[in-house]
Design a protein around this ligand. Structure first.
Ligand SMILES: [Zn+2]
Length: 334
């Protein structure tokens, strides 16, 4: 199949884009049917008491509810919310939600800078492999062949690269917005300013960190400050969803520079974002574990700061790696 990145075609599709439940249901159900684990779960665990589409519909509805709740509800992990709400096994819920994510991504027409070596399709889904640091899987939207990040990078030519000699890095034009960024090689749009923002970054009731950061820093810098404030590692993909209600669909989203061709957080200088006191947005970290942080601009001050840092904190932050699974069970809602 040919590329689908002609601008006029994409615009037409975008204009027609509606978050249609039935369309999503049909897509996710079809994918779930292909995936042996889900029909097997229905047959073995649920004794075929419900049909596949009813099963998938209940997961999607529960997932949609998550976003309709007040923001305090974000203290509960998205996958946990659906697992607890439906009573289905967590790994099956996670799998169904990954298909739902694939649906959303295909509706938003996220393209990569490389084509699928198998079929030439230029829409690839990026998924983190659970428990593996730095390992990401790409899945072709069309033929659904899976690739590891490493395989894709070594096998694919970057057309936009001026690679007339071996040293791509020297030829890389940092001033050209059209150039692709390769993992590890990117430029930040950070600039010097004498003013700072104070953000309140909360994770559920009574748990927050106040972070001071230069207005000239970028969203990517803010991501580092948030992760430091909560003692999290910095090994996973994140996304900033620029929406006060914490919605993740049809809102501007910024990703780490290594997510090629997506809107790059390192190019988004904070003071250019049009934030005003009280502006809110969502920081989601690790697409596997789905840590959610609500970010709110609390104030602006005329004070220089070399890097984003925590100035005040309250409440114990979540543990990124909970090694004792039994602890999880204890705070289930018995
Ligand atoms: Zn393909």
């Amino acid at each position: 199949m040919g590329k689908i990145d002609e601008p006029e075609q994409n615009e037409a599709i975008e204009a027609e884009h509606v978050d249609d439940f039935n369309e999503k249901l049909a897509y996710v159900t079809a994918r779930a049917a292909e995936e042996g684990r889900i029909p097997a779960y229905l047959a073995n665990e649920l004794k075929n008491k419900i049909t596949l589409d009813t099963f998938i519909a209940s997961i999607i509805k529960m997932h949609d509810m998550y976003f309709d709740e007040e923001e305090d509800y974000f203290s509960l992990d998205e996958i946990d919310h659906v697992t607890i709400g439906t009573g289905y096994s967590k790994d099956i819920v996670e799998l169904a939600m990954w298909f739902e994510e694939c649906y959303s991504m295909s509706m938003d027409h996220i393209s990569t800078s490389f084509d699928c070596p198998e079929c030439g399709c230029d829409t690839m889904y990026i998924k983190e492999l659970s428990g593996e640091l730095f390992a990401h899987e790409l899945e072709c939207a069309q033929c659904r062949k899976k690739y590891s990040f490493e395989l894709v990078f070594s096998d694919v030519d970057f057309d936009d690269f001026d690679d007339d000699d071996d040293d791509d890095f020297d030829d890389f034009d940092f001033d050209d917005d059209d150039d692709d960024f390769v993992d590890g090689f990117f430029v930040s749009r950070r600039r010097e300013t004498e003013d700072s923002y104070i953000f309140n970054v909360s994770h559920g009731r009574g748990v927050w960190r106040k972070i001071q950061i230069s207005k000239g820093d970028t969203l990517d810098d803010l991501s580092e400050a948030i992760l430091r404030a909560y003692d999290f590692d910095n090994d996973h993909i994140y996304a900033f969803y620029m929406d006060a209600k914490g919605r993740t669909r049809n809102v501007p989203v910024f990703y780490p520079p290594r997510c090629l061709e997506r809107q790059n957080a390192a190019e988004q200088v904070l003071e250019d974002l049009g934030l005003i006191k009280g502006s809110k947005f969502l920081f989601l970290y690790d697409f596997g574990d789905q840590w959610r942080f609500n970010v709110k601009l609390e104030s602006e001050i005329n004070e220089e700061t070399p890097f984003g840092h925590t100035i005040k904190s309250q409440g114990e932050g979540p543990k990124q790696y909970d090694l004792d699974e039994d602890d999880d069970e204890d705070w289930d809602f018995d």
